[in-house]
Design a protein around this ligand. Structure first.
Ligand code: XLS
Ligand code: CA
Ligand code: CA
Length: 438
């Protein structure tokens, strides 16, 4: 039985097509820099936004009907979501999905019953995976919706709540292993504080590390060989979140000896909320060897919160793909942690949102490859630092055995430094425009 009966298989029709239900740029078999687009771009569907979110906001109820013909809160509904999700992914040619524990079943009052439901639904998901070849990108535990997590999960002031966080992480890890997930995500939505007046920051951060260490130990014990990810976000829902941005999260992981097992899952809209560009957080992760996976969405610069929009900014997608290509690709994938705008509430809109996101990243990939093949940006950057490679003083500095006295003597010998050379920002921006719009 089909849920999206009126929606055809979505095909590549090329940039001239005006068919809203076709790809204009995402051509899965097209080869870019020696690899198929579909391999460069392992796209994933986020269970929560696509199959659960109905467009509720602070001022209004849902407008999109995601009952899929069943009563909410039942296992029939949970199964209908599986059917809908797999039909949806197949029609778009999406190979991966991501999930939270409570996206896939209705949560019961007793965690033992929730876990029983999770076993039942993952048996069903596994059947669908085997039938279709669709895989799990990553799993996670929702440790922010249930009222018990109002003061955080790993960072909760309550030992009992901490124990429930452990129980959910344990189960979500087991499910991720069962479904063969490539990664396991910690997004610390409530791991932060509303006010320092009532908060012991060191105690809370040490406890988050304790939870993560136990998760790594257990995960490895049950055969999880993938990466653990931290997904940084500076705020929302908490006023201040501990995993503020990539640099902060990486520092935390290194301080607690967790950096070998963890990488970053960078979300575009979280990076911009932290006052960075998307590409900034990607670069910081990559130079630390921790660029794992991406939540591909975009925010709205006029709004101060996380709007999780489908990406359509090709400039930003190009800068993202430049970072990804330079880093040699992702071990994870591109999860569309994105939702339709509230007034776009039809089944067709769900598909159009994904088509927009996939086309935007396909364009980003093609343009980033052109930028690299063009070479002007990379050549300029290399030339900009060349004094370290082609002068004696530069080589001395890089040798790591120079002293402050020796280098100072060189400067004193010169008396006055020449200017460091133009940064040529406007020239480089022009090169990017030329590549984007040629
Ligand atoms: C919320 C986060 C969340 C994580 C998974 O802002 O993006 O959805 O990706 O818990
Ligand atoms: Ca988000
Ligand atoms: Ca996310």
């Amino acid at each position: 039985m089909s849920i999206f009966e009126s929606i055809p298989q979505i095909k590549y029709e090329g940039p001239k097509s005006k068919n809203p239900l076709a790809f204009k740029y995402y051509d899965p078999d097209k080869v870019i820099m020696g690899k198929k687009m579909s391999e460069h771009l392992p796209f994933a569907m986020a269970w929560w936004h696509n199959l659960c979110a109905e467009g509720t906001d602070m001022f209004g109820r849902g407008v999109a009907n995601k009952s899929f013909g069943c009563e909410y809160g039942t296992m029939e509904h949970a199964k209908a979501k599986v059917d809908a999700g797999f039909e949806f992914m197949q029609k778009l040619g999406i190979k991966y999905f991501c999930f939270h524990d409570v996206d896939i079943v209705p949560e019961a009052d007793d965690i033992k019953e929730t876990n029983r439901r999770l076993d039942e639904i993952t048996d069903y998901i596994l059947e669908k995976m085997n039938e279709t070849g669709i895989k799990c990108l990553w799993g996670t535990a929702n440790m922010f919706s249930n009222p018990r997590f109002c003061n955080g999960a790993g960072s909760s002031n309550s030992a009992e709540v901490f124990a429930f966080a452990c129980a959910q992480v344990k189960k979500a890890l087991e499910l991720t292993v069962k479904l063969g997930g490539r990664g396991y995500v910690f997004w610390g939505g409530r791991e932060g504080y509303e006010t320092l007046i009532n908060t012991d920051v060191k105690f809370e951060q040490d406890n988050i590390a304790r939870l993560m260490k136990m998760a790594v130990e257990y995960g490895r014990k049950i055969g999880f060989t993938g990466d653990f990810y931290i997904e940084p976000k500076p705020k929302e829902p908490m006023k201040h979140q501990y995993d503020f941005d990539a640099a902060t999260a990486i520092g935390f992981l290194k301080a607690h000896g967790l950096d070998k097992d963890f990488k970053m899952n960078i979300e575009a809209n979280h990076a911009t909320l932290a006052g960075h560009t998307f590409e900034h957080d990607l670069r910081i992760s990559a130079i630390n060897g921790m660029l794992g996976s991406i939540d591909a969405n975009q925010g709205d610069y006029l709004l101060g919160w996380d709007t999780d929009e489908f990406p359509f900014d090709v400039y930003s997608a190009t800068m993202c793909m430049y970072e990804v290509l330079k880093a040699g690709g992702l071990t994870g994938g591109f999860n569309f942690d994105a939702k339709n705008r509230r007034p776009s509430y039809t089944y067709e809109d769900m598909f159009i949102g994904f088509i927009l996101g996939m086309d935007t990243f396909a364009l980003g990939l093609m343009k980033a490859a052109e930028l690299i093949e063009d070479g002007r940006v990379d050549e300029f950057k290399a030339q900009r630092y060349s004094s370290y490679y082609n002068t004696e003083i530069g080589k001395k500095i890089l040798s790591d055995n120079a002293t402050l006295e020796e280098i100072s003597a060189y400067a004193e010998g010169l008396g006055k430094a020449s200017l460091p050379g133009s940064g040529k920002q406007e020239y480089l921006e022009g090169v990017i425009n030329q590549i984007l719009f040629n």
